[in-house]
Design a protein around this ligand. Sequence first.
Ligand code: ATP
Length: 234
Amino acid sequence: MLDIRDLDIYYGKVHAVKGVNLSVEEGELVSILGANGAGKTSILKAICGITKAAGGQIYLNSKDILNMKPHKLVKQGLGYVPEGRKIYPLLTVKENLMAGAYHRKDRAGIAADLERIYEYFPILKTKSKVLGGNLSGGQQQMLAIGRALMTKPKFLILDEPSMGLAPSVVGQIFQIIGQLRKEGMTILLVEQNAFHALTISDRAYVLETGRIALEGSEQELKNNNQVREIYLGM
Ligand code: ATP
C-alpha cells in the first residue's frame, strides 16, 4: 500500500534521511524505531507532504504522492496523527473531531464514524463539549487519533502517540492501535517505546542516523541482541 524508495531529506546541509527504502502492505502494522534525531519524524512528514523530499519516490496505492500537498493526501486516504497531538485547544472535543471530516459530505457516514470513535474512547463522548485545551495529555492523544479517524483513512500514520503519557494511558493507546490493526486498518507507527510498539507490530524498521539499520518481524527484532540492548533495555 505504501512504497518508499531511496528517500532523501535535507535540512540545509544536514542530510537527515539517507536513501531510505520502506514498505507497508495492506492490513499491516509497521513500526519505525530509533533514537532521537534518527529521522523518523522526517520520514512521516515527507509522506504527509509537510517536509519536502530532496529525492526518491513515495507511492500510496501505486500513486506517486511525493511532495503532494497535505489536503490532497487526505483525499487519497491518508490519516495523520502528528507528534505532540496538535489538537485545536480552543475548539470543543466534538468540533475537533468534526474538523477531521471537513472534506466529507456523507452525513450518515460522518455520524456513524463519530459514534464509532466515541465507542473507542468513551471519555471523548463524556467530554464532547469541553475545550480541547482543557483535556489531559492522554485524552488529547485520544482526540488526535479520533480526529484522524474522522478523515476516514485507509492508511493511518501515528508519530510518537505514547510520548509524555502516564503508563496506564500508554497501555490504553497501544490497545486501541492494536484494535484498529485487527479491524483491518493499515498503520505506520513511529515510537520511542520500542517494546510496546513491537508487541503490536507485524514488522519494524530500525533507523539510525537517517539510514535503515535493521528490518524484521516482531520476533526477529525482539530476539536481536542489538535491539534488545539498545531499544528494549534488556
Ligand atoms: P525525535 O524522536 O527527536 O522526533 P526523529 O527520529 O523523529 O527524532 P527527526 O525529527 O526526523 O528525528 O530529525 C532528524 C534530523 O534532522 C535531526 O538531526 C534533526 O536535528 C534534524 N531536523 C529535523 N527537523 C529539522 C528542521 N526543521 N531544521 C533543521 N534540522 C532539522
